[in-house]
Design a protein around this ligand. Structure first.
Ligand code: NI
Length: 133
């Protein structure tokens, strides 16, 4: 197996979080910890692609961002066949949280979540999936 070396730039806080994660889980070094994180997040989700899964997409955003509400709605209508329901919470005068319950092929849910999270103005987004078949 050939090994590739590359440099990574991280915010100081993220770097400290990585150090904590490495020591807390007793990885030999940071490379080992990063390898584990990549495996968990990329390889595992690829494996899940063939399965029907149920999950949720959580989005946090500022509702003042121009056109964001319209774009969120348009995307969700486009994927209506995998969306079970959605719930909107007004967190404070600016921020909103939306939780979208989904069920379908993992590859489709990942595609939808990636598109939603990539929308300009989304501050935080996360997809969680559980096997459902
Ligand atoms: Ni709101």
């Amino acid at each position: 197996m050939s090994i590739v070396r590359f440099g990574v730039s991280l915010e100081k806080e993220l770097f400290e979080a990585l150090n904590n994660y490495t020591s807390k889980n007793q990885f030999a070094n940071r490379s080992q910890a990063i390898r584990h994180l990549i495996n968990n997040n990329i390889v595992t989700s690829k494996w899940q692609c063939n399965n029907t899964v149920a999950g949720s997409i959580t989005l946090v955003y500022d509702h003042h961002k121009r056109d964001l509400g319209t774009r969120l709605t348009r995307l969700q209508h486009h994927y209506h066949d995998v969306i079970l329901s959605s719930q909107h919470f007004h967190l404070d005068s600016d921020m909103c949280m939306e939780i979208i319950a989904v069920k379908g092929k993992a590859v489709i849910l990942t595609e939808l979540a990636d598109k939603l999270i990539a929308l300009k103005g989304i501050q935080h987004g996360k997809l969680t999936m559980s096997k459902a078949d």
